[in-house]
Design a protein around this ligand. Structure first.
Ligand SMILES: Cc1ncc(COP(=O)(O)O)c(C=O)c1O
Length: 442
Protein backbone atom coordinates (compact mmCIF):
# COMPACT_ATOMS: atom_id res chain seq x y z
CA UNK A 1 0.00 0.00 0.00
CA UNK A 2 1.54 3.34 -0.95
CA UNK A 3 0.93 6.59 0.87
CA UNK A 4 -2.14 7.34 -1.26
CA UNK A 5 -3.80 3.97 -1.02
CA UNK A 6 -7.00 3.15 0.84
CA UNK A 7 -7.98 -0.49 1.43
CA UNK A 8 -10.61 -2.00 -0.86
CA UNK A 9 -13.79 -3.08 0.96
CA UNK A 10 -13.90 -6.83 1.70
CA UNK A 11 -17.56 -7.20 0.88
CA UNK A 12 -19.61 -5.35 -1.71
CA UNK A 13 -22.87 -7.22 -1.12
CA UNK A 14 -24.68 -5.06 1.41
CA UNK A 15 -24.61 -1.81 -0.51
CA UNK A 16 -27.65 -1.52 -2.83
CA UNK A 17 -26.10 1.04 -5.14
CA UNK A 18 -28.07 3.93 -6.66
CA UNK A 19 -28.51 4.28 -10.45
CA UNK A 20 -26.08 1.39 -10.90
CA UNK A 21 -25.91 -1.93 -12.69
CA UNK A 22 -25.25 -3.65 -9.33
CA UNK A 23 -24.58 -7.07 -10.87
CA UNK A 24 -22.01 -5.75 -13.31
CA UNK A 25 -20.38 -3.34 -10.89
CA UNK A 26 -19.90 -5.87 -8.13
CA UNK A 27 -18.19 -8.19 -10.57
CA UNK A 28 -15.86 -5.45 -11.81
CA UNK A 29 -15.83 -2.66 -9.22
CA UNK A 30 -14.32 0.66 -10.14
CA UNK A 31 -13.68 2.44 -6.88
CA UNK A 32 -12.77 6.02 -6.04
CA UNK A 33 -11.08 6.20 -2.67
CA UNK A 34 -9.78 9.74 -2.30
CA UNK A 35 -9.70 13.03 -4.17
CA UNK A 36 -7.81 16.26 -4.40
CA UNK A 37 -8.10 19.22 -6.76
CA UNK A 38 -8.90 17.97 -10.26
CA UNK A 39 -8.32 14.31 -9.48
CA UNK A 40 -9.73 11.20 -7.91
CA UNK A 41 -7.54 8.29 -6.83
CA UNK A 42 -8.44 4.61 -6.83
CA UNK A 43 -7.77 2.51 -3.71
CA UNK A 44 -4.41 1.60 -5.26
CA UNK A 45 -3.53 5.26 -5.75
CA UNK A 46 -4.12 5.47 -9.52
CA UNK A 47 -4.94 9.03 -10.60
CA UNK A 48 -8.23 9.68 -12.42
CA UNK A 49 -8.83 13.13 -13.95
CA UNK A 50 -12.29 14.28 -12.90
CA UNK A 51 -14.13 15.25 -16.08
CA UNK A 52 -17.46 15.47 -14.28
CA UNK A 53 -16.85 17.30 -10.97
CA UNK A 54 -18.12 14.12 -9.30
CA UNK A 55 -21.76 14.38 -10.33
CA UNK A 56 -21.69 17.99 -11.61
CA UNK A 57 -21.11 19.12 -8.06
CA UNK A 58 -17.49 19.54 -6.87
CA UNK A 59 -17.24 22.87 -8.65
CA UNK A 60 -14.26 24.23 -6.69
CA UNK A 61 -12.34 20.97 -7.03
CA UNK A 62 -11.88 18.33 -4.37
CA UNK A 63 -10.56 18.52 -0.84
CA UNK A 64 -10.72 22.30 -0.37
CA UNK A 65 -9.05 23.06 2.98
CA UNK A 66 -11.35 25.98 3.83
CA UNK A 67 -14.43 23.79 3.49
CA UNK A 68 -12.93 20.89 5.43
CA UNK A 69 -11.90 23.19 8.26
CA UNK A 70 -15.28 24.95 8.35
CA UNK A 71 -17.05 21.59 8.70
CA UNK A 72 -14.64 20.42 11.40
CA UNK A 73 -14.99 23.65 13.36
CA UNK A 74 -18.77 23.64 13.12
CA UNK A 75 -18.96 20.02 14.31
CA UNK A 76 -17.22 21.11 17.51
CA UNK A 77 -19.56 24.05 18.04
CA UNK A 78 -22.97 22.59 17.18
CA UNK A 79 -23.48 19.14 15.70
CA UNK A 80 -27.21 19.50 15.21
CA UNK A 81 -30.12 21.64 16.27
CA UNK A 82 -33.71 21.64 15.00
CA UNK A 83 -34.96 24.37 12.71
CA UNK A 84 -38.65 23.77 13.38
CA UNK A 85 -39.80 26.63 15.65
CA UNK A 86 -36.13 27.11 16.65
CA UNK A 87 -33.06 28.33 14.83
CA UNK A 88 -29.30 28.38 14.95
CA UNK A 89 -27.08 31.24 13.84
CA UNK A 90 -25.19 29.59 11.01
CA UNK A 91 -28.35 28.57 9.10
CA UNK A 92 -29.43 32.23 8.95
CA UNK A 93 -25.95 33.25 7.88
CA UNK A 94 -25.91 30.61 5.13
CA UNK A 95 -29.33 31.75 3.85
CA UNK A 96 -28.13 35.36 3.71
CA UNK A 97 -25.03 34.31 1.78
CA UNK A 98 -27.12 32.40 -0.75
CA UNK A 99 -29.48 35.38 -1.09
CA UNK A 100 -26.46 37.60 -1.87
CA UNK A 101 -25.86 35.51 -4.99
CA UNK A 102 -29.42 34.96 -6.22
CA UNK A 103 -31.00 37.54 -8.55
CA UNK A 104 -32.42 40.63 -6.82
CA UNK A 105 -35.88 39.97 -5.49
CA UNK A 106 -35.31 36.23 -4.97
CA UNK A 107 -34.07 36.72 -1.46
CA UNK A 108 -35.85 34.11 0.65
CA UNK A 109 -34.12 30.76 1.00
CA UNK A 110 -35.54 27.41 2.14
CA UNK A 111 -32.99 24.68 2.90
CA UNK A 112 -33.21 21.04 1.87
CA UNK A 113 -30.66 18.22 1.65
CA UNK A 114 -30.53 17.44 -2.05
CA UNK A 115 -31.60 18.49 -5.50
CA UNK A 116 -34.55 16.11 -5.39
CA UNK A 117 -35.81 17.63 -2.18
CA UNK A 118 -35.29 21.09 -3.64
CA UNK A 119 -37.43 20.19 -6.67
CA UNK A 120 -40.26 18.81 -4.56
CA UNK A 121 -40.02 21.76 -2.19
CA UNK A 122 -40.21 24.23 -5.08
CA UNK A 123 -43.34 22.53 -6.42
CA UNK A 124 -44.96 22.60 -2.98
CA UNK A 125 -44.11 26.28 -2.52
CA UNK A 126 -45.70 27.01 -5.91
CA UNK A 127 -48.92 25.24 -4.92
CA UNK A 128 -48.99 26.91 -1.49
CA UNK A 129 -48.44 30.31 -3.07
CA UNK A 130 -51.23 29.91 -5.60
CA UNK A 131 -53.60 28.87 -2.83
CA UNK A 132 -52.50 31.75 -0.57
CA UNK A 133 -53.18 34.29 -3.32
CA UNK A 134 -56.68 32.94 -3.88
CA UNK A 135 -55.92 30.75 -6.90
CA UNK A 136 -56.48 27.37 -5.27
CA UNK A 137 -57.66 25.94 -8.59
CA UNK A 138 -54.08 26.15 -9.86
CA UNK A 139 -53.04 22.60 -9.01
CA UNK A 140 -51.35 21.56 -12.25
CA UNK A 141 -47.59 21.33 -12.64
CA UNK A 142 -45.86 21.48 -15.98
CA UNK A 143 -42.42 20.07 -16.72
CA UNK A 144 -40.62 19.30 -19.95
CA UNK A 145 -39.81 16.10 -21.75
CA UNK A 146 -36.24 15.00 -20.94
CA UNK A 147 -36.19 17.25 -17.86
CA UNK A 148 -34.55 15.89 -14.72
CA UNK A 149 -35.67 17.10 -11.34
CA UNK A 150 -34.45 14.28 -9.15
CA UNK A 151 -36.17 11.21 -7.88
CA UNK A 152 -38.85 12.29 -5.42
CA UNK A 153 -42.41 11.75 -6.59
CA UNK A 154 -42.83 15.43 -7.48
CA UNK A 155 -39.59 15.85 -9.38
CA UNK A 156 -39.92 12.44 -11.04
CA UNK A 157 -43.46 13.21 -12.23
CA UNK A 158 -42.66 16.68 -13.50
CA UNK A 159 -39.41 15.32 -14.90
CA UNK A 160 -39.49 13.89 -18.37
CA UNK A 161 -37.05 11.01 -18.47
CA UNK A 162 -39.04 7.89 -19.27
CA UNK A 163 -36.52 5.44 -17.88
CA UNK A 164 -36.66 7.09 -14.46
CA UNK A 165 -40.45 6.77 -14.30
CA UNK A 166 -41.37 3.40 -15.71
CA UNK A 167 -40.87 1.31 -12.54
CA UNK A 168 -42.91 3.55 -10.29
CA UNK A 169 -46.56 3.48 -11.18
CA UNK A 170 -48.96 6.33 -11.62
CA UNK A 171 -46.91 9.43 -10.74
CA UNK A 172 -48.50 12.63 -9.43
CA UNK A 173 -51.83 13.53 -11.02
CA UNK A 174 -52.32 16.86 -12.84
CA UNK A 175 -48.91 16.98 -14.46
CA UNK A 176 -48.23 17.86 -18.08
CA UNK A 177 -45.13 18.38 -20.16
CA UNK A 178 -43.72 20.76 -22.72
CA UNK A 179 -41.75 19.19 -25.56
CA UNK A 180 -38.00 18.94 -25.15
CA UNK A 181 -35.90 21.55 -26.91
CA UNK A 182 -33.81 18.94 -28.72
CA UNK A 183 -33.97 19.58 -32.48
CA UNK A 184 -31.06 17.63 -33.93
CA UNK A 185 -32.23 18.19 -37.52
CA UNK A 186 -31.84 21.95 -37.20
CA UNK A 187 -29.37 22.40 -34.37
CA UNK A 188 -26.80 19.58 -34.46
CA UNK A 189 -23.26 20.75 -33.61
CA UNK A 190 -24.41 24.17 -32.41
CA UNK A 191 -21.85 26.04 -30.36
CA UNK A 192 -23.50 27.56 -27.30
CA UNK A 193 -27.20 28.37 -27.66
CA UNK A 194 -28.78 26.80 -30.75
CA UNK A 195 -30.49 29.14 -33.18
CA UNK A 196 -33.73 27.22 -33.67
CA UNK A 197 -36.52 26.28 -31.30
CA UNK A 198 -37.71 29.36 -29.38
CA UNK A 199 -41.16 28.54 -30.76
CA UNK A 200 -41.25 25.37 -28.63
CA UNK A 201 -42.06 27.56 -25.62
CA UNK A 202 -45.37 28.40 -27.35
CA UNK A 203 -46.52 24.90 -26.45
CA UNK A 204 -47.36 26.41 -23.07
CA UNK A 205 -50.16 28.33 -24.81
CA UNK A 206 -51.55 25.00 -25.98
CA UNK A 207 -51.48 23.64 -22.41
CA UNK A 208 -53.19 26.79 -21.16
CA UNK A 209 -55.88 26.38 -23.82
CA UNK A 210 -56.36 22.82 -22.60
CA UNK A 211 -56.15 23.35 -18.85
CA UNK A 212 -57.34 26.94 -18.44
CA UNK A 213 -56.30 28.70 -15.26
CA UNK A 214 -55.40 25.51 -13.42
CA UNK A 215 -51.64 25.58 -13.99
CA UNK A 216 -49.63 26.55 -10.91
CA UNK A 217 -46.08 26.40 -12.22
CA UNK A 218 -43.72 25.40 -15.00
CA UNK A 219 -40.39 23.87 -13.99
CA UNK A 220 -37.42 23.60 -16.36
CA UNK A 221 -33.67 23.37 -16.12
CA UNK A 222 -32.11 26.44 -17.79
CA UNK A 223 -29.65 24.01 -19.43
CA UNK A 224 -30.90 20.44 -19.14
CA UNK A 225 -27.93 18.53 -17.76
CA UNK A 226 -28.69 14.96 -16.80
CA UNK A 227 -30.40 14.15 -20.08
CA UNK A 228 -27.14 14.93 -21.87
CA UNK A 229 -26.73 18.73 -22.05
CA UNK A 230 -29.56 20.41 -23.93
CA UNK A 231 -28.95 24.13 -24.24
CA UNK A 232 -32.00 26.40 -24.56
CA UNK A 233 -32.48 27.81 -28.07
CA UNK A 234 -32.01 31.55 -28.44
CA UNK A 235 -35.18 33.29 -27.24
CA UNK A 236 -36.75 30.17 -25.68
CA UNK A 237 -36.44 31.12 -22.00
CA UNK A 238 -37.52 34.69 -22.77
CA UNK A 239 -40.69 33.39 -24.41
CA UNK A 240 -41.39 30.96 -21.57
CA UNK A 241 -41.02 33.79 -19.05
CA UNK A 242 -43.35 35.99 -21.06
CA UNK A 243 -46.03 33.31 -21.27
CA UNK A 244 -45.80 32.38 -17.59
CA UNK A 245 -46.26 36.02 -16.60
CA UNK A 246 -49.11 36.47 -19.05
CA UNK A 247 -51.00 33.45 -17.69
CA UNK A 248 -50.33 33.82 -13.94
CA UNK A 249 -48.08 30.76 -13.89
CA UNK A 250 -44.92 30.62 -11.77
CA UNK A 251 -41.66 29.91 -13.54
CA UNK A 252 -39.33 27.60 -11.62
CA UNK A 253 -35.74 27.09 -12.72
CA UNK A 254 -34.08 23.94 -11.53
CA UNK A 255 -30.57 25.30 -11.10
CA UNK A 256 -29.17 22.25 -9.33
CA UNK A 257 -26.54 21.93 -12.05
CA UNK A 258 -26.47 25.43 -13.51
CA UNK A 259 -26.07 27.13 -10.12
CA UNK A 260 -22.79 28.20 -8.59
CA UNK A 261 -20.80 29.05 -11.67
CA UNK A 262 -21.26 26.02 -13.92
CA UNK A 263 -22.42 28.15 -16.87
CA UNK A 264 -20.42 31.28 -16.18
CA UNK A 265 -22.54 33.26 -13.70
CA UNK A 266 -23.69 32.58 -10.17
CA UNK A 267 -26.87 31.15 -11.70
CA UNK A 268 -28.26 30.39 -15.15
CA UNK A 269 -30.93 33.03 -14.56
CA UNK A 270 -28.22 35.68 -14.65
CA UNK A 271 -26.39 34.23 -17.64
CA UNK A 272 -29.57 34.11 -19.73
CA UNK A 273 -30.93 37.36 -18.31
CA UNK A 274 -34.30 35.70 -17.70
CA UNK A 275 -35.35 35.60 -14.07
CA UNK A 276 -37.69 32.93 -12.66
CA UNK A 277 -39.97 33.22 -9.62
CA UNK A 278 -38.41 30.26 -7.82
CA UNK A 279 -35.07 28.55 -8.26
CA UNK A 280 -33.72 25.32 -6.87
CA UNK A 281 -30.11 24.56 -6.10
CA UNK A 282 -27.91 21.88 -4.47
CA UNK A 283 -24.61 20.33 -5.65
CA UNK A 284 -22.17 23.30 -5.90
CA UNK A 285 -23.87 25.00 -2.95
CA UNK A 286 -21.55 23.15 -0.54
CA UNK A 287 -19.12 22.02 -3.22
CA UNK A 288 -20.79 18.67 -2.42
CA UNK A 289 -18.73 18.26 0.75
CA UNK A 290 -21.93 17.89 2.81
CA UNK A 291 -25.32 17.23 1.22
CA UNK A 292 -27.42 20.38 1.03
CA UNK A 293 -29.99 21.89 -1.29
CA UNK A 294 -31.93 25.12 -1.24
CA UNK A 295 -34.86 26.86 -2.89
CA UNK A 296 -34.79 30.61 -3.41
CA UNK A 297 -38.16 32.27 -3.84
CA UNK A 298 -39.27 35.76 -4.72
CA UNK A 299 -40.02 38.03 -1.82
CA UNK A 300 -43.58 38.25 -3.12
CA UNK A 301 -44.04 34.49 -2.87
CA UNK A 302 -42.62 34.41 0.65
CA UNK A 303 -44.75 37.37 1.76
CA UNK A 304 -47.92 35.95 0.24
CA UNK A 305 -47.48 32.58 1.95
CA UNK A 306 -46.35 34.02 5.28
CA UNK A 307 -48.86 36.87 5.38
CA UNK A 308 -51.60 34.56 4.18
CA UNK A 309 -51.73 32.95 7.62
CA UNK A 310 -52.73 35.05 10.61
CA UNK A 311 -50.85 32.90 13.15
CA UNK A 312 -49.14 29.53 13.36
CA UNK A 313 -47.03 27.60 10.88
CA UNK A 314 -47.36 29.08 7.39
CA UNK A 315 -45.82 26.29 5.30
CA UNK A 316 -46.24 22.69 6.39
CA UNK A 317 -43.01 21.41 4.97
CA UNK A 318 -39.42 20.92 6.07
CA UNK A 319 -36.76 18.32 6.71
CA UNK A 320 -35.10 17.31 9.96
CA UNK A 321 -31.84 18.42 8.41
CA UNK A 322 -33.05 21.67 6.75
CA UNK A 323 -30.22 24.11 7.45
CA UNK A 324 -28.04 21.46 9.10
CA UNK A 325 -25.14 23.23 10.84
CA UNK A 326 -22.38 21.25 9.08
CA UNK A 327 -23.99 21.81 5.69
CA UNK A 328 -24.48 25.51 6.45
CA UNK A 329 -20.80 25.80 7.39
CA UNK A 330 -19.78 24.02 4.19
CA UNK A 331 -22.06 26.29 2.13
CA UNK A 332 -20.59 29.47 3.58
CA UNK A 333 -17.04 28.24 2.97
CA UNK A 334 -17.91 27.10 -0.56
CA UNK A 335 -19.55 30.45 -1.35
CA UNK A 336 -16.46 32.22 -0.02
CA UNK A 337 -14.32 30.30 -2.51
CA UNK A 338 -16.84 30.77 -5.33
CA UNK A 339 -16.80 34.55 -4.84
CA UNK A 340 -13.13 35.06 -3.91
CA UNK A 341 -11.78 32.92 -6.75
CA UNK A 342 -14.43 34.20 -9.18
CA UNK A 343 -15.19 30.68 -10.35
CA UNK A 344 -17.97 31.96 -12.60
CA UNK A 345 -15.51 34.34 -14.27
CA UNK A 346 -13.04 31.49 -14.72
CA UNK A 347 -15.73 29.57 -16.56
CA UNK A 348 -16.36 32.45 -18.92
CA UNK A 349 -12.67 32.87 -19.65
CA UNK A 350 -12.01 29.20 -20.39
CA UNK A 351 -15.34 28.60 -22.15
CA UNK A 352 -14.10 29.42 -25.70
CA UNK A 353 -11.20 26.99 -25.30
CA UNK A 354 -13.54 24.36 -23.87
CA UNK A 355 -15.99 24.91 -26.71
CA UNK A 356 -13.33 24.45 -29.40
CA UNK A 357 -11.95 21.36 -27.66
CA UNK A 358 -15.44 19.84 -27.32
CA UNK A 359 -16.23 20.42 -30.97
CA UNK A 360 -12.90 18.92 -32.02
CA UNK A 361 -14.61 15.57 -31.28
CA UNK A 362 -16.76 16.11 -34.37
CA UNK A 363 -14.34 14.18 -36.54
CA UNK A 364 -14.34 11.15 -34.20
CA UNK A 365 -16.28 8.09 -35.37
CA UNK A 366 -20.01 7.80 -34.63
CA UNK A 367 -20.32 11.33 -33.21
CA UNK A 368 -23.73 12.68 -34.30
CA UNK A 369 -24.00 15.84 -32.19
CA UNK A 370 -21.99 18.02 -29.84
CA UNK A 371 -23.55 20.57 -27.49
CA UNK A 372 -21.80 22.88 -25.05
CA UNK A 373 -22.48 25.73 -22.68
CA UNK A 374 -20.37 27.14 -19.84
CA UNK A 375 -18.30 24.24 -18.58
CA UNK A 376 -20.59 21.54 -19.86
CA UNK A 377 -20.52 19.46 -22.99
CA UNK A 378 -22.62 16.64 -24.37
CA UNK A 379 -21.15 14.44 -27.08
CA UNK A 380 -23.79 12.26 -28.64
CA UNK A 381 -22.90 9.02 -30.37
CA UNK A 382 -24.84 6.91 -32.82
CA UNK A 383 -26.20 3.93 -30.88
CA UNK A 384 -25.25 0.40 -31.79
CA UNK A 385 -28.10 -1.40 -33.52
CA UNK A 386 -30.56 -2.64 -30.91
CA UNK A 387 -28.18 -1.86 -28.05
CA UNK A 388 -28.72 1.71 -26.92
CA UNK A 389 -26.21 2.92 -24.35
CA UNK A 390 -23.73 0.11 -24.91
CA UNK A 391 -21.29 2.12 -27.00
CA UNK A 392 -21.04 5.02 -24.55
CA UNK A 393 -20.73 2.65 -21.59
CA UNK A 394 -17.80 0.94 -23.22
CA UNK A 395 -16.17 4.34 -23.79
CA UNK A 396 -16.82 5.25 -20.16
CA UNK A 397 -15.00 2.10 -19.00
CA UNK A 398 -12.13 2.68 -21.39
CA UNK A 399 -11.73 6.31 -20.26
CA UNK A 400 -11.72 5.24 -16.62
CA UNK A 401 -9.05 2.66 -17.28
CA UNK A 402 -7.06 5.40 -19.07
CA UNK A 403 -7.38 7.75 -16.07
CA UNK A 404 -10.37 9.92 -17.00
CA UNK A 405 -13.81 10.09 -15.43
CA UNK A 406 -16.63 10.93 -17.85
CA UNK A 407 -20.36 10.44 -17.42
CA UNK A 408 -22.72 8.71 -19.78
CA UNK A 409 -26.43 8.91 -20.25
CA UNK A 410 -27.76 6.70 -23.02
CA UNK A 411 -25.21 7.16 -25.79
CA UNK A 412 -24.31 10.69 -24.76
CA UNK A 413 -21.04 11.46 -23.03
CA UNK A 414 -21.56 14.35 -20.62
CA UNK A 415 -18.67 16.42 -19.37
CA UNK A 416 -18.73 18.96 -16.54
CA UNK A 417 -15.31 19.29 -14.92
CA UNK A 418 -14.50 21.26 -11.77
CA UNK A 419 -14.44 24.97 -12.54
CA UNK A 420 -10.78 25.22 -11.48
CA UNK A 421 -9.82 23.34 -14.65
CA UNK A 422 -6.71 24.46 -16.57
CA UNK A 423 -6.20 24.25 -20.33
CA UNK A 424 -3.82 21.32 -19.88
CA UNK A 425 -6.65 19.35 -18.21
CA UNK A 426 -9.01 20.26 -21.05
CA UNK A 427 -6.45 18.89 -23.52
CA UNK A 428 -6.11 15.68 -21.54
CA UNK A 429 -9.85 15.16 -21.28
CA UNK A 430 -10.35 15.42 -25.03
CA UNK A 431 -7.29 13.46 -26.14
CA UNK A 432 -8.20 10.60 -23.77
CA UNK A 433 -11.82 10.71 -24.89
CA UNK A 434 -10.96 10.86 -28.60
CA UNK A 435 -8.66 7.89 -28.15
CA UNK A 436 -11.40 5.91 -26.36
CA UNK A 437 -13.98 6.76 -29.07
CA UNK A 438 -11.57 5.70 -31.82
CA UNK A 439 -10.63 2.46 -30.07
CA UNK A 440 -14.28 1.57 -29.50
CA UNK A 441 -14.99 2.04 -33.21
CA UNK A 442 -11.96 0.08 -34.36
C1 LIG B 1 -31.44 19.64 -12.47
C2 LIG B 1 -31.40 18.63 -11.36
N1 LIG B 1 -32.37 18.62 -10.44
C3 LIG B 1 -32.37 17.76 -9.43
C4 LIG B 1 -31.37 16.83 -9.30
C5 LIG B 1 -31.41 15.85 -8.18
O1 LIG B 1 -30.43 16.12 -7.25
P1 LIG B 1 -30.07 15.04 -6.13
O2 LIG B 1 -29.44 13.89 -6.83
O3 LIG B 1 -29.14 15.81 -5.23
O4 LIG B 1 -31.32 14.67 -5.45
C6 LIG B 1 -30.33 16.80 -10.22
C7 LIG B 1 -29.25 15.83 -10.12
O5 LIG B 1 -28.44 15.64 -11.01
C8 LIG B 1 -30.35 17.71 -11.29
O6 LIG B 1 -29.41 17.72 -12.23
Amino acid sequence: MNELSVPRPNNLDAYFMPFTDNKYFKGQPRLLARAEGMHYYTPEGKEILDGTAGLWCSNAGHGRREIIEAIQKQAEILDFAPTFQLGHPIAFEAAARVADLTPDGLDRVFFTNSGSESADTALKIALAYQRARGQAQRVRLVGRERGYHGVGFGGMSVGGIGGNRKQFGAMLPYVDHLPSTHLPGENAFSKGQPAHGAYLANELERLVALHGDTIAAVMVEPVAGSTGVLVPPVGYLERLRELCTKHGILLIYDEVITGFGRIGNHFGAERFGVIPDIMTMAKGLTNAAVPMGAVAVSNEIYDTIVDGTSAGIEFFHGYTYSGHPLAAAAAIAAIDIHVRDDLAGRVRSIEPYWEEASHSMRSAPNVIDIRNYGLTAGIELKSRDGKPGERAMQIFHRCFDDGLLVRVTGDIIALSPPLIIEKSHVDRIFTTLADAIHKEAA
